[in-house]
Ligand binder design. Structure first.
Ligand SMILES: [Zn+2]
Length: 349
């Protein structure tokens, strides 16, 4: 889950510049200068636009509609060479080289629409991908806090609520409601786990909402679906058990989260896994102590949400903090084209 980089949907001056940069090819100029690069895309959910009135989805988690995702994959097929995680790990271990303009496609959390919507599109392009699973939410009716928050707010008839940050929040229209969901989630995110749980337990009552049994389980893939995708070329990585921000829990808890997700996935798949993605993934969400835990759990590559394509040199020097590009449903194709280009902070390293 990530809420950064969400910008206003209005067509801005910047958006028009992105359109020109894409249509004239400016955004791809001098490609040979950044051929030795790794572009890791990060998706969460691929689903219908969340701005319909009956949507009860946590909006920032919708990375693209199926149509947008297909367009983005078409763009990737034209300008990049998609690699698998296995390719990346083999390269990190000096077992192979990578093609120019290497790209890796990743998904976080393990939502069902990765299986039902994204996978058939990936198949059309013969693209591999990696899905990072939060194992405590797979095949269980345990909601992610942002999904529970969104469900309760989008089903309530109330129009105000107490917030974890101590403020009372009130909304009068859809936009204010969306803002409240985002603010409520953000203020929850920074709380110690116990306090977070307390607020989550109270929330349905605060908003006078009851959640149907099985609702949250049905948002996520189950283990049969995970195994089926794995047989069809999708790789899996760890994303903790309960999705805490690892720098906000004790090192012992962090170790359990990091090792626990790995052990469960390996047991379910029957083979080792090699990669990990930090929950939230920003610079405050991991540190050298956490990286050490990731390394000693046996992971060979780990991914952040620090933005931008990376040089191969940087990726090889820091395989446990590889950058990714967070994709939002608010990104038009021209903006996507800019995000995956040198414009987006590429440094030769
Ligand atoms: Zn996540």
């Amino acid at each position: 889950m990530q809420t950064q980089l969400i910008e206003s949907g209005k067509k801005s001056k910047a958006e028009r510049l992105f359109e020109i940069a894409n249509s004239t090819g400016l955004v791809r100029s001098g490609r040979f200068l950044w051929a030795k690069s790794l572009t890791v895309l990060n998706y969460h959910r691929v689903n219908q636009r969340p701005d319909q009135p009956d949507s009860d989805t946590f909006k920032p988690n919708i990375s693209a509609t199926p149509e947008e995702f297909a367009r983005q994959m078409e763009y990737v097929s034209r300008w990049f060479n998609v690699i698998s995680l296995r390719d990346l790990v083999d390269w990190l271990e000096n077992q192979r080289s990578l093609p120019p303009h290497a790209a890796l496609i990743t998904f976080d959390d393990g939502y069902l629409d990765n299986y039902t919507v994204a996978f058939p599109i990936l198949q059309k392009f013969h693209f591999p991908a990696v899905i990072f699973l939060t194992t405590g939410h797979i095949a269980k009716d345990t909601p992610f806090y942002w999904d529970l928050t969104a469900y309760c707010f989008y089903h309530t008839t109330r129009d105000e609520v107490d917030s974890p940050d101590g403020k009372k929040r009130h909304w009068e229209n859809q936009r204010q409601l969306d803002d409240t969901v985002r603010e409520w989630t953000e203020s929850l995110k920074v709380l110690p786990n116990e306090e977070k749980q307390k607020w989550l337990t109270r929330l349905p009552d605060l908003l006078d909402v009851s959640v149907p049994e099985g609702f949250f389980r049905s948002l996520m893939m189950n283990w049969d679906q995970v195994r089926e995708l794995n047989q069809k070329g999708i790789e899996f990585g760890g994303h903790t058990v309960t999705h805490p921000i690892l720098t906000r829990v004790s090192l012992d808890q962090a170790r359990n989260e990091i090792e626990g997700s790995r052990a469960e996935i390996e047991q379910q798949l029957g083979h080792p896994i090699f990669s990990f993605a930090y929950p939230n993934g920003m610079s405050a969400d991991f540190n050298p102590g956490i990286e050490n835990l990731v390394k000693s759990a046996g992971y060979k590559a780990a991914f952040t949400l620090l933005n931008g394509p990376t040089s191969l040199r940087e990726a090889k020097a820091h395989p446990l903090t590889i950058r990714r590009i967070f994709i939002s449903h608010k990104h038009t194709l021209p903006r996507f084209a800019a995000l995956v280009s040198w414009v987006n902070r590429y440094r030769p390293g």
